[in-house]
Design a protein around this ligand. Structure first.
Ligand SMILES: [Zn+2]
Length: 393
């Protein structure tokens, strides 16, 4: 009797050991999948991104270079339209991507080209405060890295929804400066939502600001430096500005855009609505005349595009940084000097790759469980026996 009990005890212990071994294997697979998909993949993918080389003419070889990162349309979900799981997932992805990029690439300044929030246009003060707090956590950065933001239609509303209150609360969080100069490079950050051109108060204020900046920039240009109108001006670096805004300058459609993160083929020929998909022709012309930018970067379309405007001004549409809007978000890495610039795109992990990795991990878990319960061999054995039977009959 004692022997039987001992035998039963051993069997039970052996079963327990096998089960705990299986459990540790399952935990290891889950942990490895999570570690890869939620941390390592960002390092592996962003590690391949390199700052572009800027061609500096020999006589300007003493010029400093500035490393700038440009991203757009983060669309942090609000309390009304965002499901909590979607919110959690997207914000985690953006936080990991941003923090990894900061750590690996060490930019000096980061520009976000509007639509930071999805529901800033209608959020209550409490929801706004909550959104801002999450933004500050996701896009936290060391003191020596500057973060500059322009307003988008989802932050302050389209022209008809925009109000002084919404602009002020946006500018209370994000510095309202429109002109930023560093290392001899001028950046003009425009509130493009206010460029409706209908003479509304906010639109007139926005235009007056741009005209003022235009005057300052003109004074910095060599030939006009000694003009009597420029005597009172604080001199700006003599460099054509980089224009940063949310709405793109007017273009007919995305028909001429190419690349794997351009708009989907079926959407490329849809004509752009002025003041909705892009700025009006008139506002675009004014910006180009007044500011004479050497480069324009904009957001809003969620897809990539390169457009060459009159007088050879290049505009880059920066795709959305959120996986909610794209399978393959990206950001632009810019190396700038007062006279030159070089841009490169840094792609972030494909959502499909992450999902496929999770599917493989789930498949592996299933195989482990089947093998443990000796169910894996059974279908094979059954098939083999069936074949043998068929042969003999
Ligand atoms: Zn937008």
């Amino acid at each position: 009797m004692a022997l039987i009990r001992l035998g039963f005890g051993r069997q039970h212990l052996c079963l327990l050991r096998r089960r705990s071994f299986l459990l540790s294997k399952l935990i290891a697979v889950v942990f490895a999948a999570l570690l890869f998909c939620e941390f390592l993949i960002y390092y592996l993918v962003i590690f391949r991104c390199d700052w572009p080389e800027v061609k500096t003419p020999a006589h300007n070889s003493g010029q400093e270079t500035l490393k700038a990162m440009f991203l757009a349309d983060t669309h942090l979900l609000g309390e009304i339209r965002g499901h909590w799981l979607d919110k959690l997932r997207r914000e985690w992805q953006m936080e990991r991507a941003f923090q990894t990029a900061l750590w690996l690439l060490q930019p000096e300044v980061v520009f976000i080209l509007g639509d930071i929030f999805d529901e800033g246009k209608w959020s209550s003060p409490q929801a706004w405060a909550d959104d801002v707090e999450r933004f500050q956590k996701i896009f936290r950065h060391p003191r020596h890295v500057l973060l500059k933001v322009v307003a988008g239609n989802h932050d302050i509303g389209f022209h008809y929804q925009m109000s002084t209150y919404k602009i002020k609360r946006f500018e209370k969080v994000f510095n309202p400066e429109r002109l930023f100069s560093w290392k001899g490079i001028n950046f003009v950050m425009v509130n493009s939502v206010a460029l409706e051109g209908d003479g509304c108060n906010l639109c007139s204020e926005a235009e007056a600001e741009i005209i003022d900046i235009s005057h300052k920039l003109n004074c910095s240009r060599e030939q006009e430096h000694h003009s009597s109108r420029c005597i009172d001006e604080q001199p700006l670096p003599a460099s054509a500005p980089v224009l940063l805004q949310h709405f793109p300058l007017y273009r007919r459609s995305d028909a001429n855009c190419s690349g794997d993160d351009a708009a989907p083929l079926e959407e490329r020929d849809i004509p752009f609505k002025e003041r909705y998909d892009a700025l009006s022709r008139e506002a675009s012309q004014k910006l180009l005349w007044w500011l004479r930018p050497r480069l324009v970067l904009s957001g809003h379309t969620h897809s990539a595009c390169e457009v060459l405007h009159g007088a050879g001004t290049m505009e880059i549409s920066v795709p959305s940084f959120s996986w909610r809007n794209r399978n393959n978000p990206s950001f632009i890495m810019g190396m700038l000097t007062p006279t030159e610039y070089a841009l490169a795109k840094c792609y972030l992990p494909y959502e499909n790759t992450v999902l496929a990795t999770y599917c493989v991990a789930i498949g592996f878990l299933v195989v482990l469980m089947l093998a443990h319960f000796k169910l894996l061999a059974s279908p094979l054995l059954f098939g083999w026996n069936l074949l043998r039977k068929l042969k003999t009959t």
